[in-house]
Design a protein around this ligand. Structure first.
Ligand SMILES: Cc1cc2nc3c(=O)[nH]c(=O)nc-3n(C[C@H](O)[C@H](O)[C@H](O)COP(=O)(O)O)c2cc1C
Length: 367
């Protein structure tokens, strides 16, 4: 099989991606006190050969820190911590975007700092449980419905976080509007039951997401702004609804008008989630002229196919990067992948299962 497309570089006006392989955002819960550290810098530097690293979800606000040991990017220490990461990745020639993830209703009060609270477009509690370091698994908390001022404040937090990301040395930001977190909570009528300009009709439900994208693009540059979407996703107690196609087509068109750098589409059907209809991927591709990243269950062959067919410009890999720090090198030279993946250390603190996965070494034969 020829894999010319996967390893070809990609040049836009503002960026050069060394290859088409993106390291997908992966929450790894190593940020003690919600602050990035040297351990995280080594982890990302180990994976800097990818065309683009998208960091784990990072909260723009104390209210968005729904998960234990999730990093933030809203205070001075966090910016300094992220500088360790961006410098380590850049020193190895890599490129890195920060995923801005406000968890919205997906969280628990125990995971939040004092004074913070869970917020969402409406006060609709998610079904299910979430880990807390203090009391193990707890039911998701009930969020407060954002007030009109709260909506504007939250938008301002995204803008400030994006500025902070640039100050910390990131090449750009990815707005996380997928997987059931705050931005997607605005898109879905299940979680958005508002009766003001931010709820109801499709145009209203996409409004907050579009306004955040526009405000962030104005603040740091549209060429430094991407967004992740998961149409038909069911993560974090999301459900399909009647107007999914219309919602995402209108959203993609509005984001195209703003001119952001990319849309990143997450499809979790390989992991057992419902199939994402191909027609919505095509509709987004047709509505959005800039770069498209696809993620979910990719291997080299499928990546090459979707790059050459024009469906995607870049392809993101998630789990493979956890247990293969030298994933790109292994693909490029046909070295076998490490298939042993320890899910029990996905979210535990410390180096084990994080920075201690080995790079491939030819077996030394001794006689
Ligand atoms: C441990 C773990 C953490 C994840 N954290 C995030 C995250 O912070 N943000 C996000 O958008 N997706 C997250 N995802 C989803 C991945 O980015 C990716 O879409 C998913 O793993 C499917 O790709 P794969 O089949 O190549 O693993 C996570 C997935 C895993 C396994």
């Amino acid at each position: 099989m020829t894999t010319k497309a996967v390893f070809s570089s990609l040049h836009t006006g503002d960026h050069t991606f060394a290859n088409r392989i993106v390291m997908a955002p992966l929450t790894r819960s190593r940020a003690l006190n919600n602050t990035p550290n040297l351990l995280m810098a080594s982890y990302y530097a180990q994976r800097a050969e990818s065309g683009l690293i998208i960091t784990e979800g990072t909260s723009p606000s104390p209210n968005g820190l729904g998960y234990a040991r999730m990093p933030g990017i809203f205070n001075r220490q966090q910016i300094e911590g992220w500088k360790l990461v961006t410098q380590a990745v850049h020193a190895k020639g890599g490129k890195i975007f920060n995923q801005l993830m406000h968890s919205g209703r997906i969280g628990h009060q125990l995971n939040l700092p004092a004074g913070a609270h869970l917020v969402s477009p409406s006060a609709v509690q998610a079904h299910g449980t979430i880990w807390t370091d203090q009391q193990q698994h707890k039911n998701y908390g009930t969020p407060r419905a954002l007030t009109p001022e709260g909506i504007q404040d939250t938008k301002a937090e995204f803008v400030q976080a994006a500025r902070n990301a640039i100050a910390a040395g990131f090449d750009g930001v990815e707005l996380h509007a997928a997987n059931g977190y705050l931005l997607e909570q605005f898109l879905s009528p299940h979680t958005n039951q508002r009766t003001d300009d931010y709820g109801g009709a499709v145009e209203n439900r996409i409004r907050f997401v579009v306004e955040v994208a526009e405000a962030v693009a104005n603040a740091i540059g549209k060429e430094k702004t991407g967004m992740r979407l998961s149409p038909y996703g069911v993560a974090s107690d999301m459900h399909a609804y009647d107007e999914v196609d219309e919602t995402y087509t209108k959203l993609a068109t509005a984001l195209n008008d703003i001119g952001i750098l990319y849309l990143h589409i997450a499809d979790h059907s390989a992991g057992g989630a419902p199939e994402v209809p191909f027609r919505i991927k095509q509709a987004i591709r047709e509505s959005f002229r800039n770069l498209i990243i696809h993620a979910g269950g990719y291997d080299l062959q499928r990546a090459e196919h979707d790059l050459t067919s024009g469906l995607a410009n870049l392809v993101a890999f998630g789990k493979s990067f956890i247990n293969n720090p030298d994933f790109v090198d292994r693909l490029r030279y046909g070295k076998p992948l490490n298939l042993i993946l320890d899910a029990s250390t996905f979210y535990t603190p410390g180096a084990r299962g994080y920075t201690d996965y080995p790079v491939f070494e030819e077996a030394t034969v001794t006689v």
